[in-house]
Design a protein around this ligand. Sequence first.
Ligand code: ARG
Length: 564
Amino acid sequence: MSAVLPVLATRLSTAAAAAFGASSGAFDPELRSATKPEFGHYQSNLALRLGNALGRPPREIAAQLVAALDVADLCETPSIAGPGFINLTLKKSTLAAAVNAPRLFPRRDQRVVVDYSQPNVAKRMHVGHLRSTVIGDALCNVLQYVGYDVVRQNHVGDWGTQYGMMIEQALAEELDAKDLDLQGLQLLYERSRKHFDADSAFADKSRRRVVLLQSGDPETRASWRRMVDVSLADFEQVYALLGSKLTRADVVGESAYNDELPRIVDDLTAAGLLTESDGALCAFLPGFKGRDGRRLPVIVRKSDGGFGYSATDLAAVRHRVDTLHADRIVYVVDHRQALHFEQIFTLARTAGWLPSTTTAEHIGFGTVLGPDGKPFKTRAGGTVKLISLLDEAVARADALLEGREGVDRQATAKAVGIGAVKYADLSSDRGNDYVFDLDRMVATNGNTGPYLQYAHARLTRLLSKAGEAHDQVTELREPAEERLALLLTGFADVVEQVAETLQPHRLCTYLYDVATALSVFYEQCPVLAGEGDIRASRIALCSATRTVLQDGLGLLGIQAPDAM
Ligand code: ARG
């Protein structure tokens, strides 16, 4: 499926430049899919915008544009509608050729670093980490697909004062972190916190333990390491169930930057960017003010001498630019951290650590809500255990498959259940909150994962019944097959858009449109009962549709089982 739309858009720009001078060719031709079949395949409002800029009637401009437009090889004669819209209709042969052509993305000489998932040691992953993991995986897939060199970074929260407390608590209770699972670690943390607040001698010991940890005392490091390992093993179970591509090699936790932190302070101090405030070292950046009008600090070193979350993120920016050679850095973190990242990016740019040739983007996302419309919590108010949610989704999917024949039940239930959860997460604008509603997620109707998987499985069945394979679409007689073919040619364009905007829901909407057009096609165009060329061409169209669904779901990190 090669994309025709960008080719036509370029031709329009060229026509504008030829008819009205070079600068008019720089106008975005805003070529879009036509909103109604009578407007052809694509429409552009370039004449309206140029008319505005030049102070001339848009219809006149449109006529001049069309006269200069060279698309006779690809399109029927262009037409002008309404106030001056230019409508383009592809020749059937162009459309068929576009469906048949392979999809090619040139390799980009650009590296993108994606910071995602980022759970915290000694705490179970929660639904926020689910979102980051699912969105991050999908974005990595898409970026890689369009030719970026992708580097994953799992910025695990594995550093800070709580580990000093936990190590002391384990010593006091004569526990070995190795014998604790993640749940056990979380409870140990809660006990250590209480102990810390109630007993100042214990608090002092814990602080000394933090210093030992940060300075690399071998025994302290070994206890900490055991807690990290227990936690990572637990995260990996979730990743395996999710089918996430993250591995141990992608973990570059907060602790990895420990040795760099003093240098961050030294360099910022030398650059005159730090101010002492209540014993802490802070950067006050112009333009960052709280609601009360007071300037908001970036706390680089706390009053107790420890370094915080911000210092670590500054060191991470430097590492990503200097060592990983990132051209683009993407942070998939919930939208409550928007201000933090704005501050980090601004400070890193001011300090000269983030050159203008490297972009940094915070890809925020909304909150997962429970059935009551409030942030998703257990009845007791705790965070919901992620793995049990996923297990429940798989169980619901398994129930759906009851009585189906020729289906590998266990593997399919997993693909459908996990796919349903991922699709629900990816299909709405990531900035929005959404309700975690398993019934809706696993529904086989509507804009859901299972609906798309089902469309794919039905195509697979049809194609295997067809007996013979065909890969050339040659006939596009019915409007329904034309519409489906036209949609298929838009795949590459949508994937490019997702790579640019980092909004996976655009791909979901597109795939849903394809599946919907497919069901209209089934109703109106007999495939296996067709004859000769028509039959062969429709089999080829089905085969191309199947590829788009399979690849599209694959980019979203969702499996497409052959039967369900
Ligand atoms: N571990 C953090 C949390 O759970 C998210 C880390 C995001 N990444 C970063 N570079 N700060 O909230």
